[in-house]
Design a protein. Sequence first.
Length: 373
Amino acid sequence: MSDIHRLTELRDVCRALAAVPTFLEQLTQTMNSAIRLTGAERGVLVVYNKASNSFDLRAASGVSADQVGELTTLAQSVADSGQSLLLADETQTQRSSLVVALQTRGQKPFGALYVDKPSISGLFTHADLLFFETFVAQAAVVLDASIVKSDFVSIVTHELRLPMTSIKGYTDLMRSGIVGPVNDQQKQFLTTIRAGVDRMNALVSDLSDISKIDTGRLKVDVKEVDAAACAGEAVEALKAQINEKGQTLTVNLPPLPGVRADKSRLIQIFTNLLVNAHKYTASSGAIILTAEVGSTHVRFTVNDNGVGVSLDDQAKVFNQFFRSEHQVVREQTGWGLALHLTRRLVEYFGGQIGFESELGKGSKFWFTVPVSQ
């Protein structure tokens, strides 16, 4: 491959990487691009984790379970030293390797990228190392920007929680009349304040969850859970809202096997999809929750006969902060985060999510959860 062709390919890869919206997707694309650009057979990517004070494996390609430890250790050593490594021909493994630290100018390394291939298919050269260093330097800029953004979100959400808790607590005290009589108009004002705090709290919580997923800091307890019970808790919590709007919610679930998930997060997924259907379905509308059991996954579906999603909007429904310009959507409060977070949570547990919709006729959102083996 000519130098011009390699540089052109490098430019295209870096442009595509810069357009990737989430940190996890950036990690995966960085790993895949490294394999493609170098002609390597396998690779690993490690990134610094503040919580554990270590470089953790965040992406891998072509690596079996028994190989991960050795390759990760090598990548971690380069991340610690910041010194690139070219192993032209490892005698024991008969493989040729490149390892380069992820770092931006003037900063300590925040990770490393390792790739290798069988020596029989050709040895990496010093020119290959220089080319790989160029790619890793560009990837580091993109990844570092995402890390800085996540750190900023973490700081902001942390700093917002304390004053919001105070506002919420004192508002509830005043509404209760404990600190003095409250007339009807004052109670209405306090109710409005409380609703605003609840909205802000939901925003902070969603932003915090997304940031934690991106940086690998989301604490979950993944084990076998009763999906029907999780769905039941979500339904029970929303009954009052649904009844108040005159809607009907039908739950039609067959006997379900245990699934692999975090219980509270699975309830959150059900809640987000049911709230979405509730918000965008008219009074007297219908919402139906069903499930199908497959060999490896359970597929849940939330049907509604609400406003639906236009063809123009369908590609953006799961995008962070996306809200349709449709009048019915704009009449509802929201930040455009719930469906994005729901997608991230479903994928975090190894499931998939999607939807079918027709404007004016309703939507059918579905997601899958792995069956507990």
